[in-house]
Design a protein around this ligand. Structure first.
Ligand SMILES: [Zn+2]
Length: 315
């Protein structure tokens, strides 16, 4: 690997984290898709390139990913890569914690206009991640988050795309916003973080709940209670890689190939068969986003391009 394969972004190495990638899990016999990942963010001492990540994922039955952007640059990267990589579909948005940053420089409207343009591209299947984050953004930024979230909901509806919601410490406000402006037909709570009561509300409205590696954490009792009451027809699974690495590897770099760890824990908690759950979730995934081969890639994924610098020049 040369520098050409360097990821667009690098995750903070943190203090005392084990930076080695966990081992490959046993392959799934029924394939699934990773509903939410960030392949543009490298992690560890030697970050895997996006093709290495997807190759590893394929080898354990994770057939494809929704690659999610969170600002102008990563959203464009996601849309560009989905055009050349058959295992990737894209979601584009300005993340709720980025919206106040753009607003501060007077460029939020331009950034949202970019998202609107990218949303019309082939193989862009979702608007996200968007929503409200009252954990990392303080009060003065909340009004901006609402404005951005509502604009993203509108873009999803205009383009008949799924909506991927980032909701952190803002459950009631996110739900109220969806009900006030009208949720898109396919609405997904990415990294679902509610309890059983919230899962019932989502179920009532037909909103999907995408579970990430934190459902495996020891203290995640409320989350597992939510999983238990969520209708199987509304369940999705994701990694949110490189974050939220499932147990027993919490803190190490995460990647789509670790999705089977989360899925197996979910099946165990639901006392169901892993293959049955995989089949259900894959069916749900294709209902939300469509099939990965519904729209063709524009170029063969050959050796020359697989290690290409992921930013710029591909649009
Ligand atoms: Zn994410």
């Amino acid at each position: 690997m040369g520098n050409d394969a360097a990821p667009l972004r690098q995750r903070d190495k943190g203090a005392g984290r084990d930076l080695s990638y966990p081992p490959l899990p046993e392959p799934l016999s029924v394939p699934v898709y990773d509903n939410h990942t960030h392949l543009e963010i490298g992690d560890g001492e030697n970050p895997l390139s996006y093709t290495e990540q997807l190759d590893r994922a394929s080898s354990v039955g994770v057939r494809g990913v929704i690659q999610v952007g969170g600002d102008r640059e990563t959203s464009r990267w996601s849309a560009d890569m989905a055009l050349i990589e058959p295992r990737m579909l894209a979601a584009v948005a300005i993340h709720p914690n980025e919206a106040p940053v753009y607003a501060a420089s007077g460029t939020l409207d331009d950034a949202i206009a970019d998202i609107s343009e990218l949303a019309a591209r082939p193989r862009v299947v979702a608007v996200g991640e968007t929503g409200l984050d009252f954990f990392r953004t303080e009060e003065p930024g909340h009004a901006t988050q609402y404005r951005s979230f509502e604009a993203h909901i509108e873009i999803a509806k205009q383009n008949n795309l799924a909506l991927q919601i980032h909701d952190r410490n803002a459950h009631a406000e996110v739900i109220a916003t969806l009900l006030r402006v009208g949720a898109p037909e396919r609405t997904v709570f990415h990294c679902f973080s509610g309890d059983a009561e919230m899962a019932r509300i989502c179920a009532e409205h037909g909103w999907y709940m995408s579970f990430a590696g934190n459902v495996t954490f020891g203290n995640a009792h409320d989350l597992r209670a939510a999983l238990a009451v969520a209708p199987r027809s509304l369940l999705l699974v994701e990694t949110d890689a490189p974050f939220l690495t499932p147990m027993p590897y919490r803190g190490r770099p995460n990647a789509p190939y670790l999705l089977p760890n989360t899925l197996r824990m979910m099946a165990n908690h639901l006392e169901t068969d892993v293959s049955l759950l995989s089949a259900q979730i894959t069916s749900n995934t294709e209902l939300v986003y469509g099939r990965w081969d519904a729209e063709p890639v524009t170029a063969a994924h050959d050796a020359d391009r697989s290690d290409a610098q992921p930013t710029g020049g591909l649009a």
